[in-house]
Design a protein around this ligand. Structure first.
Ligand SMILES: [Fe+2]
Length: 285
């Protein structure tokens, strides 16, 4: 597996506080079956003053420590780029970073309020040739009122990354509800750990993959943590990468509808495949 969102770099943000914790996280990754991790510390003006060149240096340093410790994990450059006004220009001058110097870039919007013109930023990135990956939409509190924004972004070509822990209620009921809903609707491209430590926010990609498989099946769960992340690192064109919108449910499965509070209601019938037209459905195999 490949994890495209991780705060494993030590001492640079609210992720691993020390080298020892970073090494522990790396061991957790290898035990989970993860071979590659993109180091994506926050870049947030006024809070985390990280820059592309410094992140590159720190990735190389941590890779050296992993190699010395005999931990078979390959690190890649990246950043958890928070929304700033001059985003595209900052990618161009190297202050912000894409994932492994590809055209794919993590973008984290504010959690509490949908910023004005949020769609303009994503569309500007698309026009500039980037594929923005919106980080953990399921954990944005404004998703409750403004889900159509997320839907429009996805329809225009913005990728969606949900957090593995959301599928096992690490962030509570609502993020789990939205993560499961977006998976069921075929809107999720990438599953990532967004790991920060080895306790409350540990590398948990294998558990996340298994939880996703219970909703979208093993094949699509594999796409979430192997196929698409691998295609990202190969910098493939998005049109050549399997889309979650093509998610096909081959066999008839029982579909159960969820109430708005995330509680299961009565089964609503069987389906034979495809997207579910925006309905709130969960598939049981
Ligand atoms: Fe993050």
């Amino acid at each position: 597996m490949i994890d495209l969102h991780s705060h494993i770099l030590p001492g640079i943000d609210d992720g691993a506080p020390t080298l020892d914790v970073a090494l522990d996280m790396a061991r957790h990754y290898t035990h989970q079956g993860v071979t590659h991790v993109a180091c994506t510390p926050h870049i947030l003006p006024g809070v985390y003053h990280n820059t592309g060149p410094d992140i590159r240096l720190r990735v190389a340093t941590l890779q050296h420590h992993l190699d010395e410790a005999g931990i078979a994990l390959r690190l890649l450059t990246g950043a958890d780029n928070h929304m700033v006004g001059n985003f595209t220009a900052s990618l161009g001058n190297g202050h912000l970073l894409t994932l492994a110097d590809t055209a794919f870039v993590l973008v984290e919007p504010p959690h509490q309020v949908a910023p004005a013109r949020v769609e303009d930023l994503f569309f500007a990135l698309l026009i500039a040739g980037y594929t923005p990956i919106l980080t953990h939409p399921e954990r944005l509190t404004w998703i409750e009122q403004k889900y159509p924004i997320i839907e429009r972004l996805a329809e225009r070509g913005v990728w969606m990354q949900i957090t593995a822990g959301s599928l096992r209620s690490v962030f509570g009921r609502r993020p789990r509800y939205w993560a499961e809903r977006m998976l069921s609707e075929g809107r999720v491209h990438i599953l990532a750990s967004d790991a920060h430590n080895v306790t409350s926010r540990r590398p948990d990609l294998a558990e996340g993959r298994d939880a996703a498989a219970s909703i979208v099946g093993a094949s699509e769960a594999h796409n979430l943590v192997v196929t698409r992340p691998s295609a990202v690192l190969s910098n493939m064109h998005p049109k050549d990468i399997p889309s979650p919108g093509m998610l096909h449910v081959a066999n008839q499965r029982c579909v159960q509808e969820y109430a708005s509070d995330g509680q299961k209601t009565q089964p609503v019938g069987n389906v034979s495949g495809g997207l579910f037209g925006g309905r709130l459905l969960r598939i049981f195999r």
